[in-house]
Design a protein around this ligand. Structure first.
Ligand code: AMP
Length: 279
């Protein structure tokens, strides 16, 4: 496994045999089974697999957890090696954003609601760093988790709008046995918050059950999710949504692909979860 923080080394490795297909798994490190599920999918579908580990400062707001975001480079590299990854790109901030850097990628619509409303600069940071990673690695396919549902919508749009020659693959959410979606931020939860945090998944299941029983009034579905979450006192809702799955605009009636999603605080820890339903 080649590990490098140099763009030139990535390019040379990628160009060594242009006939080989490459899968890219972009991450911020602190790798868990959710990340590794993307790596396994990439391993199965490509001749070579590249992963990137970069805690991208431009997708964090000044008030967010950039300084305390979990980091474990040695552990991450061991996990990636065990999965048969060929190349790991671990750039520094200076490599990605050298002095004079001033170009950003902005999407005008799908970045506005949901996560974008709560984190107005987040997706500009994501879109810019993903565009850079696509240009550096030039992967055949790129792998993203459904866990970050809006991110998949943003990147699909980015690929289409800027004509990136990359096939996007979205992999299902990996959960703990009790339903909590795996996240690097779960490590922040204390012993009271951790069991309560299963309420995100329980709220999604309650909403899905109502939908399957015939409920099509989206406000009623949102209410079911809000009420389920409100029953767990440590949970503080930031948003609960039932939106059309491509444009991410809130719906009144559920008809067609619909994304149920939420952001919920437990103390300072902000968790997200989602589920796609389809009429
Ligand atoms: P991150 O390191 O948080 O930027 O995540 C890197 C990639 O892993 C993103 O595409 C995430 O959506 C994906 N990911 C994170 N957690 C999970 C999970 N529990 N299940 C599936 N994919 C995940």
């Amino acid at each position: 496994m080649i590990t490098t923080d140099q763009i030139q080394t990535v390019r040379q490795t990628r160009r060594a045999d242009p006939t080989l297909s490459w899968g890219l798994v972009p991450t911020m490190g602190a790798l868990h089974e959710g990340h590794l599920s993307l790596v396994r999918c990439a391993r199965a579908q490509n001749d070579r697999v590249a992963a990137s580990i970069f805690v991208n400062p431009t997708q964090f707001a000044p008030t967010e957890d950039l300084a305390t975001y979990p980091r474990d480079l040695a552990g991450d590299l061991a996990k990636l090696k065990a999965e048969g990854v060929d190349l790991v790109f671990t750039p520094t901030e200076a490599v990605m954003y050298p002095p004079g850097f001033q170009t950003t990628v902005t999407l005008s619509q799908v970045t506005k609601p949901l996560e974008g409303a709560a984190r107005p600069t987040h997706f500009q940071g994501v879109a810019t760093v993903v565009a850079k990673l696509f240009n550096i690695v030039q992967p055949t396919r790129a792998y993203f988790g459904q866990k970050d549902a809006q991110q998949t919508v943003v990147i699909r749009r980015l690929i289409h709008d800027l004509n990136f020659n990359v096939e996007m693959v979205v992999c299902p959410i990996v959960r703990e046995a009790d339903g909590l979606a795996l996240s690097s931020r779960n490590a922040y939860l204390d012993e009271n918050q951790r069991p309560a945090a299963t309420v995100l998944h329980r709220a999604l299941l309650a909403a899905k059950a109502a939908f399957e029983a015939g409920e099509r009034d989206a406000e009623q579905v949102r209410r079911i999710m809000r009420q389920t979450i409100a029953a767990e006192p440590p949970a503080r809702i930031e948003y609960v949504s039932a939106a059309e799955a491509a444009a991410l605009v809130e719906v009144q009636q559920i008809s067609g692909p619909t994304l149920l999603s939420m952001a919920v605080f437990f103390g300072k820890t902000r968790l997200i979860d989602n589920m796609l339903i389809n009429d």
